[in-house]
Design a protein around this ligand. Sequence first.
Ligand SMILES: *[C@@H]1O[C@H](CO)[C@@H](O)[C@H](O)[C@H]1NC(C)=O
Ligand SMILES: *[C@@H]1O[C@H](CO)[C@@H](O)[C@H](O)[C@H]1NC(C)=O
Ligand SMILES: *[C@@H]1O[C@H](CO)[C@@H](O)[C@H](O)[C@H]1NC(C)=O
Ligand SMILES: *[C@@H]1O[C@H](CO)[C@@H](O)[C@H](O)[C@H]1NC(C)=O
Ligand SMILES: *[C@@H]1O[C@H](CO)[C@@H](O)[C@H](O)[C@H]1NC(C)=O
Ligand SMILES: *[C@@H]1O[C@H](CO)[C@@H](O)[C@H](O)[C@H]1NC(C)=O
Ligand SMILES: *[C@@H]1O[C@H](CO)[C@@H](O)[C@H](O)[C@H]1NC(C)=O
Length: 245
Amino acid sequence: MGYLTFLFAILHVYKALCEEIFWDTAIKLAENMTLECAYLSMDSLTQMEWFKINTTKKESMAIFNPTYGAIIRERYADRVYFLNSTMGPNHMALSFYNASEADVGFYSCFLYTFPSGPWEKVIRVVQSDRFETAVPSNKHLDSEPGKNITLTYQLQSKEPMQLVMWEKIQPHQIDLLTFCNLSQGRSYASKYQRQILTSCSQGMRKSFVVIQNVTASDSGLYRCSFEASTGQKETFVVRLTVTDG
Ligand SMILES: *[C@@H]1O[C@H](CO)[C@@H](O)[C@H](O)[C@H]1NC(C)=O
Ligand SMILES: *[C@@H]1O[C@H](CO)[C@@H](O)[C@H](O)[C@H]1NC(C)=O
Ligand SMILES: *[C@@H]1O[C@H](CO)[C@@H](O)[C@H](O)[C@H]1NC(C)=O
Ligand SMILES: *[C@@H]1O[C@H](CO)[C@@H](O)[C@H](O)[C@H]1NC(C)=O
Ligand SMILES: *[C@@H]1O[C@H](CO)[C@@H](O)[C@H](O)[C@H]1NC(C)=O
Ligand SMILES: *[C@@H]1O[C@H](CO)[C@@H](O)[C@H](O)[C@H]1NC(C)=O
Ligand SMILES: *[C@@H]1O[C@H](CO)[C@@H](O)[C@H](O)[C@H]1NC(C)=O
């Protein structure tokens, strides 16, 4: 067992489950904060819009159309701008000039594509003192760029688990990579900016994710959590380091 540690926690501040709003990415509030949204499919983008999600409604912040261009709504004009990233035509980043506590909350990047239709990514901005990413790792993996890396975890407990998820944890950001409901064998469609291979089937007790053609930016902590309906968890954290041979 050596390197395995089990953490059973009833409450976890950043769990995606049981949150009032389900999020795909959580980021730490910072003055120069940027919300990233990357759409991986080859579909063409017809329009994209950024919203701030309020408990009662969605407020439009900015809209972009490949034909008509970009508009920042008046209320946000002096607060946000589009960062024209070089990552590709389906990658949109919204930056803040000087973000403050008032910008804590949930955001939605909503795309309309052809022919698939609507697609949405939800980003949660968390106060910096409440952003906890200092998790201990159970295992370390070293790799060279270009390799395909498989991260696996075998459930130890005999308890019936309800879901399994993988997250990538960085000091300023947590991304949900996969989320599998073990009673349905159904997984959520990942909004991560990189394609992740995984499997999701009813009652499975071993989970894996494959990251193909790794690069230095894939370095970081990857956390697998099996979770019961009671909130009881079994987690495993692997640190991946990708460096040139
Ligand atoms: C934010 O960006 C501005 C302009 O690029 C820079 O002057 C400032 O130092 C940055 N602040 C932080 C906290 O990184
Ligand atoms: C929701 O938005 C409305 C209008 O923009 C604002 O008055 C209200 O305070 C917001 N509520 C929350 C909980 O942020
Ligand atoms: C980003 O740059 C490309 C090419 O320069 C341009 O076609 C596109 O409209 C820009 N996007 C935004 C949001 O300004
Ligand atoms: C950012 O906002 C804080 C307070 O909200 C203010 O003290 C600071 O001067 C602002 N910085 C810039 C670069 O506007
Ligand atoms: C990674 O996986 C892909 C798809 O299965 C395969 O085509 C490729 O050769 C693999 N690369 C390496 C370095 O194994
Ligand atoms: C998983 O699926 C079951 C059966 O449909 C459902 O009752 C449960 O709420 C789902 N759990 C999550 C976390 O989505
Ligand atoms: C692997 O990633 C590198 C860097 O992003 C890229 O140049 C290369 O074409 C990729 N190789 C494959 C087989 O996808």
